[in-house]
Structures are given as C-alpha cells and as structure tokens.
Design a protein around this ligand. Sequence first.
Ligand SMILES: C[S@@+](CC[C@H](N)C(=O)[O-])C[C@H]1O[C@@H](n2cnc3c(N)ncnc32)[C@H](O)[C@@H]1O
Ligand SMILES: Nc1nc2[nH]cc(C(=O)O)c2c(=O)[nH]1
Ligand code: SF4
Ligand SMILES: [Mg+2]
Length: 209
Amino acid sequence: MKKEIRELVDKGLMLPLMEEFYTIQGEGYFKGTAAYFIRIGGCDVGCHWCDVKESWIAELHPPTKTETIVDNARKYSDTVVVTGGEPLTWDMTELTKQLKAVGCKTHIETSGAYELTGEWDWICLSPKKMKLPTQKVYDNANELKVIIYNKDDFKFAEEQASKVNANCILYMQPEWSKRDKMIPQIVDYVMANPKWKVSLQTHKYLNIP
Ligand SMILES: C[S@@+](CC[C@H](N)C(=O)[O-])C[C@H]1O[C@@H](n2cnc3c(N)ncnc32)[C@H](O)[C@@H]1O
Ligand SMILES: Nc1nc2[nH]cc(C(=O)O)c2c(=O)[nH]1
Ligand code: SF4
Ligand SMILES: [Mg+2]
C-alpha cells in the first residue's frame, strides 16, 4: 500500500471496504429493521466459526474514502450498521462523525477487542474468548450478544454479562452450524434465566444478505 494511502487509513479518512448492502438487520435488538450495512475488512481475532472469514485480511479490500462510503450509505437508509471484519481495528471517528452529520444513526457490530473510537447510537458487543473486550466497550455496550457454540459458552456468557453496564440487553445467539444442537439448550437456559433473550441470525432463514 502506498505511504499516502496508509496514512489516510491510519487516520480513518479511508477504510478497507469489503462490501456494503441494504438489508434487514437480522440479529439482536434491531432485528427486523431495514438498515444499510458497511462491512470493513480486517480482523485478527480468529473465531474458527466466523461466517465472514473473507473479511480478515485488510489488504484484500480496497481503501475507500469515508466521504464516498457516507455519500452512498445516506441514499439508502438513515440507519447504518458498521461491521466487518472487526471495525474497531480502525479509527471510527471520521466515519461516524460524517454519518451523523448527514443524519444517519450509527450502529456497530464489534467484538470490542480494540479501543472504542467513534460516536455510536447503538453498540452491539459480541465478545470473543481469544481477545476480550476493552473496558470502555463493556461500559458503553447497548446489547451483549454472546455466540453459543457449545456448553462452555453459557459460563462465558455469564462472565461477560457481569462486566457490561446495567442497562445492557443480554442475548444468546446460536453459532449457525451448531444451531440444531444448541437451540434447545439456549431455550432451556433462557427460560431458567430470563434476564437473557434469544437472538437468531434471521437473515439466514430469510435468505437475504
Ligand atoms: C462477522 S461479525 C463482525 C463484527 C465483529 N467482528 C464481531 O465479531 O462482533 C458480526 C456478528 O456475527 C456473529 N457471528 C459470526 N459468525 C457467526 C456464526 N457462525 N454464527 C453465529 N453468529 C456469528 C459475530 O459474533 C458478530 O456478532
Ligand atoms: N442481515 C444481516 N444482519 C446482520 N447483523 C449483523 C451482521 C453482521 O455480519 O455483522 C449481519 C449481516 O451480515 N446481515
Ligand atoms: S471477531 Fe468477528 S469478524 Fe473477527 S473472526 Fe470473530 S466473528 Fe469473525
Ligand atoms: Mg453476518
């Protein structure tokens, strides 16, 4: 990557854009709500079940000016979900400032593994054991969405719930390939522990992006 471009990416004035699409938020609190998704490349958390491994290597995704991303997004929706990859790999200050300047609500999907940057209307924290969230993300998360791959994840979910702020909404979401096995266990768990809610990847059932 050219030095000038690298410098713009470091400042968050350009971001490695993998894809962008207008769809229905499939998961969590805003499930069912139309939103424009911006998927930023780059993630080194390494979840073995990640459903977007193509996003991991930032260099495979073209550095794109934040103005270009925002000019496009605003045409589609006033709710913009920034995801990845791990968006907090990058400085989100400029992107969110510009989205808010044109009246968009800013939502983020994050593992919380890196410093929280940007101005967010909604933070969905999906913590990962390999790289735990930073304190500021726990403090500011609006929803906690723990992926349940096996039985051990119920314990991990409780540990993570003890770290988020008191207003944070708690979700358990089955890992997609283990859904048939884990959904019955999640259902039992949530009935026994009703502070939790179930989140499903409804976009996969609807066959939409
Ligand atoms: C692809 S990640 C990108 C954002 C960020 N890196 C993160 O993990 O939160 C978007 C959401 O999908 C979830 N996810 C990824 N792979 C999944 C799978 N196989 N089954 C269920 N949820 C999955 C993540 O936990 C996260 O909540
Ligand atoms: N429809 C839809 N909803 C989603 N919610 C979180 C997603 C993500 O990959 O971050 C996602 C996604 O990829 N598609
Ligand atoms: S943190 Fe998110 S993008 Fe990164 S590997 Fe895990 S699920 Fe995939
Ligand atoms: Mg997804």
